[in-house]
Design a protein around this ligand. Structure first.
Ligand SMILES: Cc1cc2nc3c(=O)[nH]c(=O)nc-3n(C[C@H](O)[C@H](O)[C@H](O)COP(=O)(O)O)c2cc1C
Length: 226
């Protein structure tokens, strides 16, 4: 069993990882992550998450199908995604800053739309990760509350990976072709796909994994009242 990082170290070790080694997690390693994630809080302890973990030949097949769907533009999202963030300039500034620095790290010019498209497609190769978790939920109301629960599950999952020396990346991109994923995994239409997490062992030498994001100071996000 690997050393487990303490809380502060795990929070700081977690980052979205976009290059992985081929070696899968062992069954025991995967089980430990799933047991941790299962402890996530949820509205009234409803535990709406249904995680489908895809590995091996099924992973390769689904990657091919998602790439084909992306090539043919067969978008079928269960939840909306607004790339303009509702016109909120503050959010857009942060989004542009992150995107610009990521393209720079990857050696792709901002106006190289073909290059940016290629990078986007890496999502459907799961960035080389040996495993993917597709996070489904039953739809309740407008979906916001169950969406929050799925977010809780995802963060526990990601922190558990980080604590054990593994890594992952949450991907809205994996929810763009929900019908393709549902069909490939035999999932009922009652379950809606919010996003996925590609995960495995990080490739320490990869350029993509040298990318670091920043955060605004706490004072910009928090108002203290007393
Ligand atoms: C719900 C969610 C969806 C995301 N979708 C994608 C995605 O589709 N592709 C991707 O490369 N990164 C995706 N990310 C990763 C974010 O870009 C990343 O979390 C953010 O830039 C902060 O970087 P960090 O995770 O390394 O701290 C997503 C993150 C979250 C929380």
């Amino acid at each position: 069993m690997a050393d487990i990082l303490d809380f502060a170290a795990a929070v700081r070790a977690r980052r979205s990882t976009r290059a992985f080694l081929a070696e899968p997690l062992t069954d025991a390693e995967l089980r430990a992550v799933l047991e941790d994630a299962q402890l996530s809080p949820s509205n009234s302890n409803s535990q709406p998450w249904r995680a489908h973990i895809v590995s091996g030949a099924k992973r390769d097949e689904l990657s091919r199908e998602l790439l084909r769907a992306a090539g043919e533009g067969r978008v079928s999202m269960d939840f909306t995604f607004d790339p303009k963030y509702g016109g909120n300039e503050d959010l857009m500034r942060k989004v542009r800053e992150q995107g610009g620095r990521y393209y720079e790290t990857m050696g792709v010019a901002k106006d190289d739309f073909a290059g940016r498209g290629e990078l986007m497609l890496r999502n459907y190769e799961f960035f080389g990760a040996p495993h993917v978790a597709f996070l489904f939920t039953p739809l309740v109301g407008d979906g916001v509350r169950v969406g929050a629960d799925i977010g809780m599950y995802a963060q526990t999952f990601l922190l558990s990976l980080a604590a054990q020396g593994f890594a992952g990346v949450p991907q809205t991109a994996l929810g763009l072709y929900a019908d393709v994923v549902r069909e490939a995994l035999g999932v009922s239409d009652e379950f809606k796909l919010l996003f996925g997490i590609s995960f495995g062992r990080p490739d320490p030498g990869a350029t993509a994994n040298s990318f670091r994001t920043s955060r605004v100071p706490v004072e910009e996000s928090v108002v203290l009242h007393s």
